[in-house]
Ligand binder design. Structure first.
Ligand SMILES: NC(=O)c1ccc[n+]([C@@H]2O[C@H](COP(=O)([O-])OP(=O)(O)OC[C@H]3O[C@@H](n4cnc5c(N)ncnc54)[C@H](OP(=O)(O)O)[C@@H]3O)[C@@H](O)[C@H]2O)c1
Length: 251
């Protein structure tokens, strides 16, 4: 059995980020044409497009602010002209911010996190799902986090936004299912990525001691589950959020 995404077009938002870059490489390695979405990091996006076209898939870099409806709709139109209509959407982009207590957190941070986590998926659903519904197939995947199950102190803005995202995906799965579109989420634990490899911070015993599998997962292990949800192997799965956290959270 092999995963074959030839003929499929996948958009990964935040493809220039730590996890997104591995997602686009992985989807392309199984034959998908990919949209490398970026916000500021054009040079990383161009470099990924170069890598992906070198292995024989089509790829295009597209800039957008995922919190802005006009920008997301412009991205949809650009993708349609460059590659066609996406079959797979991965809402992965994230706005990073300072983690602190509810009392200390800037009020604007709560809105920014809501915009990044919930409104990103609302805007991409509005932009891309009508074409998937017309085709009667598609995959709409969100990247959540183990933090939404943990609701730790000093993580309220992130937790509330990702928990809001979870509500959206469960309702959307019920709306999209009759139209042939599967809607699912992946919830990574604290994941080893290029940044850790560069800074030699892969091993964090205090964190791993509480993880049943006793280690941090890798960017590739997250991308593998995204690939599964993007593929035919997950054809009868919708409305789930899969933790990829070595058992650190169980839902
Ligand atoms: N890394 C982890 O350990 C971990 C754990 C659990 C969950 N997650 C989740 O996994 C996802 C990816 O995380 P990450 O660590 O890979 O993030 P990251 O490295 O910080 O990357 C963030 C990405 O989002 C893009 N972005 C930021 N603001 C944007 C905006 N306003 N509009 C459009 N794009 C914007 C950035 O684009 P530019 O770089 O081009 O500006 C970048 O590609 C997130 O949803 C996060 O919550 C990550």
């Amino acid at each position: 059995m092999e995963i074959n995404l030839k003929g499929k077009i996948a958009l990964v938002t935040g493809a220039t980020g730590q996890l997104g870059r591995v997602m686009v490489r992985t989807l392309a390695s199984c034959g998908a044409d990919v949209v490398v979405h970026y916000h500021n990091n054009k040079s990383m996006a161009d470099s990924l497009v170069g890598e992906i076209t070198a292995i024989g898939s089509r790829a295009v870099a597209v800039q957008a602010d995922i919190t802005d409806a006009a920008s997301v709709n412009q991205m949809r139109d650009t993708i349609k002209s460059a590659l066609g209509e996406p079959d797979i959407i991965v809402n992965n982009a994230m706005i990073q911010f300072v983690w602190t207590s509810v009392i200390e957190q800037d009020i604007a941070d709560f809105q920014r996190q809501f915009d990044a986590c919930v409104m990103q998926s609302v805007l991409t659903a509005k932009a891309f799902l009508p074409a998937m519904y017309a085709k009667g197939s598609g995959r709409f995947i969100g990247i959540n986090t183990e933090c939404s199950a943990q609701c730790n102190a000093n993580a309220s803005a992130y937790s509330l936004a990702k928990r809001g995202m979870d509500g959206l995906y469960r309702a959307l799965a019920k709306e999209a299912g009759p139209n042939g579109v599967n809607v699912n989420q992946v919830a990574p634990g604290w994941t080893i990525s290029d940044k850790d490899r560069e800074e030699h911070t892969e091993v964090v015993p205090a964190y791993s001691a509480n993880v049943p599998l006793r280690r941090r997962g890798t960017d590739q292990e997250i991308a593998n589950v995204v690939l599964f949800l993007a593929s035919e192997l997950s054809s009868f799965i919708t409305g789930v959020c899969i933790p990829v956290s070595g058992g650190n959270v169980m839902v």
